[in-house]
Ligand binder design. Structure first.
Ligand code: GAP
Length: 513
């Protein structure tokens, strides 16, 4: 099945089973804003818990905070967001559609890469074992031409981004003959900068109202609280502050479902270190974060690092962790060595000292910061994309199953009386009443047992506990495992232990150590 079809199916599956809904749907929706349904919120909470526990529970030197969305507007001046948190935009004069100029060029480069890969793949099939890929890439005229064209554009593009040269970005679009996907024409406006922050007014009257911003990242709430936490928590460098919370960006190219949203959630860690040690810690956090992703078991080959071409205004090293989504490798998390930029700026703009007194060195300094920043919604998308599976079973029957890591699954166990009579629902309720204190359960007695299994497969429930006539005789039930569909009989008093052991967060967290 084509990847676009898989993605389309995934989006409709998310709606059908209560994972994600378009926001304000009955009013025809609000672009790039989404609501999480009854299953989605459970999965999202489990993702957040996995992250929070991996940071705060497993590290003695990391604590959490929850700062407000509204902050003093000068914070955003100090951080550089008022002046530099921009996207380069270009409009097509025919279709009136607006695009990010950098995205148009990146898509063009990706197409060139694709062309080369397809050519190499075809040749590999043709030549079989004798195929020498390096030699082919270096000598085949069509491949050589496309690679050198790609490299030339790439070099111009990197330079234009670094120099903030909007004219050159437009020229690259013109030279590459990039056309508007809607009108098909190349009638482009100039490239302009567009600030991504939403603003509103705080205060009763418009006269005295203060212009405030909806935070575009949670990180600044950590920076401005760093000394509060350090002093009240008696933290010593190196230490970290973790936070999960909403962020807002007026994204122009909002697409691919929950990949790029205008209201989203971030999980951020700011790790404060001695100046000069930041690159060592940056490497450390790269490794730790990659391990966190890979512990979910979706295959190491589906992840990669992508080092930044253009560093943000605050960073001296930066990389993304990308996951292979149905629409290609895409950024899920950023890891940035942010230097002492933010703290220095806050010292300058607030007039308050942001220095840390280091008792080991007996001197004060502004710490350097390594940040890990992951979008909850992008993580959610990578988890559901990796878990969605269509299977053909024996006798040609098909099922859709979400092979979610059990610790993340919204419902851990479904409690199912085989039939709706003979005292089985009452017995099933008894089992449910015992289990519901330990993990999320769902009781279901409607339809045939086969249909009920399929419903649970579709939401990723790892275990189904079935109460049948034998249960009334010997107090045993069957436990059906989602992926293998194998069933085994166990006594009721063992069910809790058995399911807890396989679905709790500890089993996942232990893989990180
Ligand atoms: N504090 C650093 C920071 O905000 P970023 O690379 O701009 O860095 C970090 O964002 C992460 O936030 C991204 O890797 C992505 O997962 C998520 N993110 C950013 N913009 C987003 C959007 N519009 N929709 C959904 N997630 C987004």
């Amino acid at each position: 099945m084509a990847q676009e079809d898989v993605f389309r199916k995934l989006v409709s599956h998310c709606k059908e089973y209560g994972f994600v809904f378009q926001s304000s749907e009955i009013y025809d929706g609000l672009a790039a804003v989404y609501d999480y349904g009854q299953m989605g919120v459970e999965l999202k909470n489990n993702i957040k818990k996995y992250w929070w526990d991996s940071m705060v529970l497993l590290h003695e030197n990391i604590v959490g905070i929850d700062s407000s969305i509204f902050m003093h507007p000068t914070i955003w001046k100090a951080s550089g967001h008022v002046d530099a948190f921009n996207d380069p935009l270009i409009d097509n004069k025919e279709s009136k559609k607006r695009y990010r100029a950098d995205v148009l060029i990146e898509d063009y480069l990706a197409k060139l890469d694709d062309k080369v890969d397809k050519e190499v793949e075809k040749a590999a099939k043709r030549f079989g074992d004798k195929f020498d890929e390096t030699m082919y890439r270096e000598t085949n005229p069509r491949v050589v031409e496309n690679i050198s064209k790609r490299n030339e554009i790439h070099e111009r593009f990197s330079k234009a981004l670094n120099d903030n040269d909007l004219g050159e970005l437009r020229q690259i679009i013109v030279d590459c003959e990039i056309a508007c996907p809607v009108s098909g024409t190349r009638n482009w406006t100039d490239v302009r900068q567009f600030n991504l922050m939403f603003s509103t007014e705080m205060g009763a009257t418009s006269d005295g109202a203060l212009k405030v911003y909806l935070r575009p990242e949670t990180a600044q709430g950590i920076f401005v609280n760093y000394l509060n936490v350090q002093k009240t928590g008696r933290m010593r460098i190196p230490f970290g502050i973790a936070q999960i919370g909403k962020a807002f960006r007026n994204e122009i190219v909002a697409r691919q479902f929950i990949f790029r949203m205008r209201e989203f959630e971030q999980m951020e860690l700011q790790f404060f270190v001695k100046p000069g040690e930041e690159i060592e810690w940056y490497e450390h956090w790269k490794e730790v974060r990659m391990k966190w992703h890979q512990a979910l078991g979706f295959g190491a080959e589906n992840y990669r690092f992508h080092d930044h071409e253009k560093m943000s205004h605050y960073a001296n090293a930066a990389t993304d962790i990308e996951y292979q989504m149905p629409f290609g490798f895409k950024e899920v998390e950023g890891i940035h060595s942010r230097t002492d930029f933010d703290l220095k700026q806050h010292e300058k703009f607030s007039g308050k000292k942001m220095q840390y007194f280091d008792p080991e060195l007996n001197k004060s300094y502004i710490p350097y910061v390594v940040e890990t920043s992951i979008g909850v919604d992008r993580m959610f998308l990578s988890v559901i994309a990796a878990s969605y599976c269509e299977e053909t079973l024996e006798k040609g029957e098909t099922r859709v199953v979400m092979k979610l890591p059990p610790a993340l699954a919204p419902v851990k166990a479904a409690i199912l009386p085989l039939v709706r009579k003979d005292g089985l629902p009452e017995k099933a309720r008894e089992v449910m009443d015992e289990l519901k204190f330990n993990f999320t359960c769902q009781y279901d007695e409607k339809d045939s047992i086969g249909r009920r299994y399929r419903r649970q497969d579709a939401i990723g429930t790892p275990y189904c506990v079935t109460i049948d006539h034998q249960t009334l005789e010997d107090n045993t039930v069957t436990i059906r495992e989602r992926d293998s569909m194998e069933q085994k009989r166990v006594t009721i008093d063992l069910v809790e232990k058995e399911i807890s052991a396989k679905t709790n967060m500890q089993s996942l967290l232990k893989k990180l150590i």
